[in-house]
Every structure is written in C-alpha cells, then in structure tokens.
Write a protein that binds this ligand. Structure first.
Ligand code: DX5
Ligand code: ZN
Length: 230
C-alpha cells in the first residue's frame, strides 16, 4: 500500500516579493502543505516572517495546511497570533519554552495541531512525557536558521528511533524532517521513517526560466522516489 507521504515546501526559499503567487504555484505543482519558517534573530541568527504574513496568505486564498515552524524564543506570546492567522500545525523547539507541556496545550487550546522540533544534537528525552500531546515530531537535519544547508546523516538514526516511539504510541503523529531534503535523498529519509518532508532550496531553488514547470518537475521527482519506498 502506498504510504501517506506529504511534501511541505519551505517558503523560506521562495521569492518573498511574489509570495502569494509562489505559494499558489507550488501547491498547484502537487505540494501538499506550506512550511512556514519563523525566525527571530534571537533563538536563531536570522529574521523572517510572522503572523501578518500567514494571515495574508489565508486572505490571498491559500486553503492548504500551513505548517508553522517557530524558531523563536519564547513561544507562548506569539502562539495565539499564529492560530488567529490561520496556522494548522504549530511546532516549537523544546529549548525555546520554559514550560513545554503548557506551550503544547496552548497550541491545542487555540485550535491548532501541536508539535516539537529537535535540532540535530538535541536529545529526545522530553518526548517521553508528551507523546500523548503532540500531533507532529519534526527532526531538524540541519542546524536551524538558514536554507540551503547539507543534510546531516545522523538524522537517519534519529528518525528510526522516533519512528519506533510513534509506532509504539499507537497515536497518529506525523514525523517530519527539515533541512537538506533533495530528490536524491528523500527515499532514504522516508525509509528511515519520515512521512512528511520539508524542502526549500530543492524546490524553490529550482526556478529556471527554461522550464516553466520547474516546481512540478521537482515535486513529481520526489513523489517518484517516494513511490519506491518499500
Ligand atoms: C531551516 C528551516 C528550513 C529550511 C529548509 O532553519 O527550518 O525549513 O528552509 O531549507 P532547505 O530545504 O533548503 O534545507
Ligand atoms: Zn523549517
């Protein structure tokens, strides 16, 4: 049976001057979810977009799920704003909240799906206590802050560990991977247990005037690799 894989393009690598059109195009090209990277120049050394831009995408007409990845510290103040702006998933890094359980509950209470994000060197220990409270576990396969970095191979081992935890929990929890995902490694990543794939530069970086269907080409190539997953 074909697995339920979701492709979540990171708009970090999109053309921000034409963001609505870029999101429309990538969704029309077969992508499933919009990955929305929020950076604060404090938790990570870069600054991006906030709830106003999420709200603008909803008002533009985007109906796909929006996967808000918070790389901000602290998180609680901004969670209700993202819920009001139309976020579907809201994920945060455990290091960025003093009260992880409370932040997860806040996301749930605001009507969104909560998740935790683990950096390449962050241990998974907190998961033991909150498996019943997360709808997504996101493993960073690069250090957060920038698009276009190379996939860190130790993430494959970590993915296998988290896949076991999810299966043992019996809960419907997405296992997402973020950073350096390309056509040539997506199959191996899926075989390690991921079922949701963030790809920024691999999709938006493929912009090429010679191929007006470049997003479609990359998304289709990723799906073809995923179809080979045993
Ligand atoms: C990095 C972000 C990623 C990033 C992925 O901090 O969380 O979502 O945009 O970009 P690529 O796919 O280019 O590694
Ligand atoms: Zn991200």
């Amino acid at each position: 049976m074909a697995k339920d894989f979701l492709i979540s393009p990171s708009i970090l690598s999109a053309d921000f001057a034409r963001l609505g059109e870029e999101v429309d195009n990538v969704l029309a090209s077969g992508a499933d979810v919009v990955h929305f990277d929020v950076m604060d120049n404090h938790y990570v050394p870069n600054l991006t977009i906030g709830p106003l831009v999420c709200d603008a995408l909803r008002k533009h007409g985007v109906t796909a799920d929006i996967d808000v990845h918070l790389m901000v510290k602290p998180v609680d103040r901004i969670i209700p704003d993202f819920a009001a702006a139309g976020a579907t998933y809201i994920t945060f890094h455990p290091e960025a909240s003093e009260h992880i359980d409370r932040s997860l509950q806040l996301i749930r209470d605001e009507g969104c799906k909560p998740g935790l994000v683990f950096n390449p060197a962050t241990p998974l220990d907190v998961l033991e206590y909150v498996m019943d409270k997360v709808d997504m576990i996101l493993l960073m396969s690069v250090n957060p802050g920038f698009g276009g970095q190379s996939f860190i191979d130790s993430t494959l081992t970590k993915l296998r560990q988290v896949r076991k935890l999810i299966d043992a929990s019996g809960r419907d929890i997405r296992l997402e991977v973020d950073g350096g995902v390309k056509v040539d490694n997506i199959r191996e990543i899926a075989e390690a247990g991921a079922d949701m794939f963030v790809a920024g530069s691999a999709i938006f970086g493929a912009a090429n005037d010679a191929d007006p269907h470049h997003y479609e080409t990359v998304v289709a190539a990723m799906r073809a690799e995923l179809a080979k997953v045993s």
